[in-house]
Design a protein around this ligand. Structure first.
Ligand code: PMP
Length: 414
């Protein structure tokens, strides 16, 4: 289906780039160098076309329709669930709930799974590097239940300190929440080990896979986690759609998160009989086109091969790390041995926002700020970093453009 399907172990990046129309645009008279992929990636024409075809040829509301288009739309939506389930490594398609994204997935678990089960004295164990969307939902549920948040620290490289993590696992630990890949540092966390430790103590694991989905072959069953959350838009799919994978027996025991149409079996004013998962958690007309686009994005990734993508991105990260670290006054933030596609750094004497603004004049898009990880930034004693993050379509030449832009920043602030 893609022009680049033939490349499995290596990636033909120039062929892939032609799949992404936006990469041919210019910014301020310069070729766009898009290095803000951890915030959101660009979209290939295969994803854009899947959404367009859906709206041109198949749209109607899903489920319960007897007419032709309602059937086509239902097939498209439920077919997308099959694709997402396969891509995530789920054993059962009914374990995949469509949600708005990672944020909603974690809120769903916090409110529907955790809230009825937690009480005073219970503990929710998180890591120091979590994104706000894997902190704030737990703070809300802690306030609602009297549970307490416990934080596992990092080592000096930005990797989770497993010994310290284990030391904080207590008989009171009910939930363990952690990112698979850190958006601020790029660290790939030892999720399988963490899940095994948590499982031995009877704690339930919630993995934030927002930054893993574009870079790693996902295998929720193999990881041994209980819940796994992803957003499509970071993995070449559309915004406003994502998936929560949950163990079937856990989803089956969870009450609805929101009420409305689609999530019921029968309704009367006396009471409502709820549908089984996943419909129970999908109240209202779903984001059908979004699900179709998400499935197209996962098909695109699978056609290229996650291994080929990871190899290419690993080469980019190593190259960028060497080049950027060699610039005078640069300090890298996050140097774990196992990293994916994120290079965070400080430039001595220059505020990260000035770095980002000047790079933009050169057509280079990076993200600057706290990256929605303020507790991490506080623990590092910094307010903000500049962050370049790489996707399958980035090239070494684009990293050269980043480096040239950073040299220009240094000249301006010399
Ligand atoms: N977790 C991590 C690690 C992220 O990088 C992000 C997005 N920046 C999120 C969660 C939240 O994802 P979304 O905004 O798509 O819900």
């Amino acid at each position: 289906m893609t022009t680049a399907t033939q490349q499995r172990s290596t990636l033909d990046v120039e062929v892939c780039r032609r799949d992404f129309p936006i990469l041919a645009t210019e910014v301020r008279g310069r070729p766009l160098v898009y290095l803000d992929n951890a915030a959101s990636s660009q979209k290939p024409r295969q994803v854009i076309a899947a959404i367009e075809t859906y709206y041109r040829e198949k749209h109607a509301n899903v489920h319960r329709g007897v007419h032709h288009l309602a059937q086509l739309a239902t097939d498209a939506y439920e077919g997308a669930r099959d694709t997402v389930a396969r891509h995530l490594g789920a054993r059962d398609r009914r374990e995949v709930v469509f949600v708005r994204g990672t944020t909603e997935a974690i809120n769903l678990v916090a409110q529907s799974f955790a809230r009825p089960r937690l009480g005073a004295g219970d503990e929710i164990l998180l890591t120091q590097l979590e994104h706000h969307s894997n902190i704030v939902p737990w703070q809300l549920v802690a306030q609602q239940t009297g549970a307490r948040i416990v934080v596992a620290p990092l080592d000096a490289t930005g990797q989770l300190d497993l010994e310290q993590f284990e030391a904080r696992l207590s008989p009171q630990t009910r939930i363990v929440g952690l990112a698979h890949v850190s958006n601020a540092l790029g660290t790939v966390l030892p999720v399988a080990e963490v899940c095994e430790l948590a499982r031995q103590r009877g704690a339930v694991t919630v993995v934030d896979g927002a930054q893993a989905a574009p870079h790693l072959q996902l295998d929720v069953a193999g990881l041994g986690c209980d819940f796994y959350a992803v957003s499509a838009h970071k993995a070449y799919g559309p915004t406003g759609i994502g998936a929560l994978w949950g163990r079937g027996e856990l989803l089956a025991a969870m009450p609805p998160y929101q009420g409305g149409g689609e999530m019921i079996r029968t309704v009367s004013f006396e009471g409502t009989d709820f549908a089984e998962a996943p419909a129970r958690f999908e109240a209202g007309t779903p984001n059908i086109a979004g699900a179709v686009g998400m499935a197209a994005a996962f098909d695109y990734l699978d056609a290229l091969g996650l291994e080929a993508i990871a190899n290419h991105e690993h080469d980019l990260l190593e190259y960028a790390t060497r080049q950027v670290a060699a610039i005078e006054g640069v300090q890298l933030v996050g140097t774990a041995a196992n990293k994916a596609s994120v290079l965070s750094f400080l430039l001595d004497g220059v505020h990260a926002h000035d770095v980002g603004t000047i790079l933009d004049t050169e057509g280079v898009a990076v993200r600057v700020g706290h990256h929605c990880a303020q507790p991490l930034m506080d623990s590092l004693g910094i307010a903000a970093t500049a962050r370049a993050s790489f996707a399958l379509y980035n090239t070494r030449q684009e990293i050269d453009a980043l480096v040239a832009g950073l040299e220009r920043v240094r000249e301006l602030f010399a």
